[in-house]
Ligand binder design. Structure first.
Ligand SMILES: Nc1ncnc2c1ncn2[C@@H]1O[C@H](COP(=O)(O)OP(=O)(O)OP(=O)(O)O)[C@@H](O)[C@H]1O
Length: 261
């Protein structure tokens, strides 16, 4: 990130807000900070995330402003709604300045042992691939990931970019609890197509990075996913069948596309 942008963000926030850049995606720059947006400076040792969508110079300024406002608001609104769903784990929304493209969130996760990187699902699976890929901890964690996706879909929301980097693991009471992050492409949706695509995107992410264990991992994920639907009796079984059938269709389409090129 350029010095110019850092100084712009720092000026906007207040130069006393310490900023550490943790990611730069296509859409946003993500920082961590120890400062809460409206409580007294450094009140506790909690960390926060600031997700900033900078202006895109190639867009017309008024279109750019409208898009930034729309995307920042829709991600924030979605997060606020998801946070209220019992059992669903997403970062808490702390503040949003839609006009300037800023969202403040609760910081989640930590660094994994042995330099294995930040605790997202991707790094976690790499870490266990070297140790014991079929460890009970991996099974438990993947089943919980499936449960989170099941809860999201059962409540008629879709993620839109469900990669293994967008699942952050938080250590809670001696186990790893998956949280879903990055709802920039998320939506309210009761469409089985959107749910099938979410499952397919995650499946592709796992197959491409952990192909040797992917079949077992998919089984554990789908076990957790299915359990959420099965808790709802006949209605749940029917909906589960619909989602799984569409998932299979999306998969077949994906295969056809990759064969044809
Ligand atoms: N609440 C959070 N707690 C900890 N880290 C986070 C949090 N939110 C985002 N991050 C980190 O910042 C990265 C980028 O965040 P996010 O995916 O929301 O931005 P993005 O611009 O949409 O990224 P991309 O274009 O890569 O999808 C995440 O992969 C994660 O490492």
């Amino acid at each position: 990130m350029s010095e110019e942008m850092l100084s712009k963000v720092s000026d906007y926030l207040d130069s006393r807000v310490p900023l550490t850049q943790i990611a730069q995606g296509a859409e946003a720059v993500v920082f961590s900070t120890s400062t809460h947006p409206y409580l007294p400076l450094r009140e506790s040792n909690k960390k926060f995330v600031i997700k900033y969508r900078p202006p895109k110079k190639y867009r017309h300024p008024s279109i750019d402003r409208a898009l930034t406002k729309h995307r920042t608001l829709s991600e924030s609104r979605l997060l606020a709604k998801l946070y209220l769903i019992p059992g669903l784990k997403v970062p808490q929304l702390i503040a949003c300045d839609a006009y300037n493209g800023y969202i403040w969130l609760e910081f989640l996760g930590e660094f994994l042992p042995d330099d294995a990187g930040f605790s997202n699902l991707k790094n976690f699976l790499w870490m266990y691939a070297d140790k014991d890929p079929y460890d009970a901890v991996v099974q438990e964690t993947l089943s919980k990931v499936g449960e989170q996706i099941g809860l999201l879909h059962w409540n008629d929301y879709c993620h839109g970019d469900l990669t293994s980097s967008n699942i952050v693991l938080v250590r809670e009471g001696g186990t790893w609890q998956p949280y879903l992050i990055d709802f920039g492409l998320g939506s309210t949706s009761s469409m089985v197509e959107d749910k099938g695509v979410d499952l397919y995107v995650l499946e592709r992410a796992i197959v491409s990075t952990h192909s040797a264990f992917a079949d077992v991992y998919k089984g554990w994920l789908m076990q957790g996913f299915s359990q959420v639907y099965q808790r709802h009796g006949e209605k749940g079984d029917k909906k589960l069948k619909e989602v799984l059938n569409r998932f299979q269709e999306v998969r077949m389409r994906g295969r056809k596309r990759s064969m044809i090129g």
